[in-house]
Design a protein around this ligand. Structure first.
Ligand code: GDG
Length: 478
């Protein structure tokens, strides 16, 4: 089997790199398969970047480039995070479009392609990740890259009525057709994409099993819900439970029960709605005042994007209001932390919690929901309160599913989780854990890579069939 080349916008080499779900998934694939991870090193430069810098760390090979400052602003902060991210998460109010930023998006993808293609060998398989790099496949093809190239979208793909708010939506959909395999988190995402293809090129353009035929090539689409490394998380959570940071946190609770939330600070994660719901919970169930502590961990990532500065201020005000109203001399209702913790410590916090709140307004999958289930003690598990608008809700049907906009509904679910009998908690947890084991992180990357590998055989078959057709045509016309 060929070498695996992963490509993502950001390569998390720097210690300051923001944590994220994509990195968790790509790292798992790299650890299992080796290969190369290509992308941005997180730094900006005043000049055109030269050849990629090769770094070997923990036996994994990375090839990285800096981004020119103007591309960082227009491509990364602009089109990727100011246009595509809000649009694909259905935030039309927070979405903007500028031609100049779209041009920078194309330019950044051309830059990635030009620096990546000299590193490629004929047997390689190329796996491109996420919305920053949708046009990369097209740019690689334009440079003569013929190896199988697959794309996985970690975030949702929007319904056509939302997608078409983007003036260049047709270019985005067309760019996806340069890949051999396009993967989505849920069937809904794949259907939205196929529906956009049908609207643009007619119902006949989509074949059986969600294939698309375009320019004589067959493009496969698939649903690959990302999972977690269940065994590793279970072990690291159990081990971290005895570690100093988790023990200190537990002692500070002085017997109170713990509600936890762990999210990158992002408006899509529904943190404001969550804070409001927690306040409602304290109002609706006053017997819980002083009995629970809500620990929200929200490390900062894209601070330089304007919308993130705003949500940060709003969250500080909201948690301050709740603490101002309900706190006592020896009790703080919300502990809201903007810092990054080692992953193992986070798993220890998840294990220590009776309730985990995942209230995303829209989310491709949400790995924290899955990590919480994997981190629990099966004999005395906590309860997951999960947004029905996160991809994870398709699999974790035994969680308490809520509408993230329904403040009272979430408050009620928190109370139900805190008062749920042990037998019911165990039964719900066992079913969820079995689902996670069946579709873990290894299955995610293995299934994707196997399908991509199969594309190699198909595309050489298609090439041969094309040649044969042309030969027959030229014979019959001569
Ligand atoms: C995107 C999609 C999809 C969080 N805080 C810290 C930290 N984390 C880790 C969590 C988890 C990951 O980051 C976050 O993953 P999510 O899936 O919840 O969210 P996104 O970052 O938005 O990920 C998402 C995912 O891609 C994968 O396809 O599920 O829908 O939006 O693993 O534990 N890790 C460390 N310190 C922290 O403070 N080390």
């Amino acid at each position: 089997m060929g070498r695996l080349i992963n490509v993502s916008n950001r390569v998390p080499l720097a210690k300051t790199a923001a944590p994220g779900g994509l990195a968790v998934g790509v790292l798992a694939a790299m650890r299992a398969r080796g290969g190369l991870w290509f992308g941005w090193n997180g730094e900006t430069t005043g000049q055109e970047p030269g050849e990629p810098e090769i770094t070997i760390r923990d036996s994994l090979t990375y090839a990285t480039i800096p981004l020119p400052q103007t591309l960082y602003e227009r491509y990364y902060s602009g089109f990727a995070n100011g246009t595509l991210w809000p649009l694909f998460h259905y935030f039309l109010a927070g979405f903007r479009y500028e031609d100049q930023e779209y041009a920078a998006y194309e330019q950044a993808n051309a830059l990635f392609a030009s620096r990546l293609s000299p590193l490629l060998a004929p047997g390689d398989l190329i796996w491109v990740h996420d919305y920053h790099l949708i046009p990369l496949g097209e740019k690689l093809r334009a440079l003569g890259v013929r190896q199988p190239v697959g794309f996985f979208l970690h975030i949702p793909f929007p319904h056509f009525e939302v997608l078409r708010a983007l003036p260049t939506f047709a270019e985005i959909v067309r760019a996806l057709l340069a890949y051999d395999l396009v993967g989505f988190q849920t069937e809904t995402d794949r259907e939205s994409f196929l529906n956009a293809v049908r609207v643009l090129w007619g119902a006949q353009s989509v074949g059986d099993g969600g294939t698309v035929v375009s320019g004589g090539r067959t493009i496969r689409t698939g649903v690959f819900p990302i999972g977690v490394d269940v065994q590793a998380i279970t072990q690291s959570a159990a081990k971290a439970a005895g570690s100093a940071p988790v023990q200190r946190m537990m002692q500070s609770l002085v017997g109170r029960r713990l509600i936890v939330g762990v999210d990158r600070l992002d408006y899509s994660k529904g943190l404001l709605e969550r804070f409001q719901a927690y306040r409602q919970f304290l109002e609706s169930y006053p017997e819980q005042i002083g009995q629970v502590t809500f620990l929200q961990i929200a490390p900062l990532g894209r601070q330089k994007v304007q919308a993130y500065a705003q949500i940060r201020d709003e969250l500080e005000q909201s948690s301050g209001r709740t603490n101002g109203r309900f706190a006592d001399a020896d009790w703080t209702p919300i502990r809201y932390l903007n810092r990054n913790f080692p992953h193992a410590t986070l798993m220890g916090f998840l294990r220590a919690a009776q309730v985990c709140l995942v209230t995303a307004l829209r989310d491709g999958m949400n790995l924290v929901a899955k990590e919480f289930i994997a981190a629990q003690d099966p004999d005395d598990p906590g309860v997951l309160v999960l947004s029905n608008r996160a991809g994870a809700a398709c699999e974790l049907t035994e969680a308490l599913l809520i509408n993230p906009y329904d403040t009272r509904g979430i408050a009620g679910a928190i109370q139900r989780a805190l008062t749920m009998p042990l037998a019911e908690r165990r039964a719900r947890h066992a079913t969820s854990l079995a689902t996670l084991r069946e579709n873990d992180i290894h299955r995610w990357h293995t299934r994707f890579i196997d399908e991509l590998q199969a594309a190699r055989g198909r595309s050489s078959g298609e090439l041969a069939a094309g040649r044969l057709r042309r030969l027959q045509q030229s014979l019959s016309s001569s």
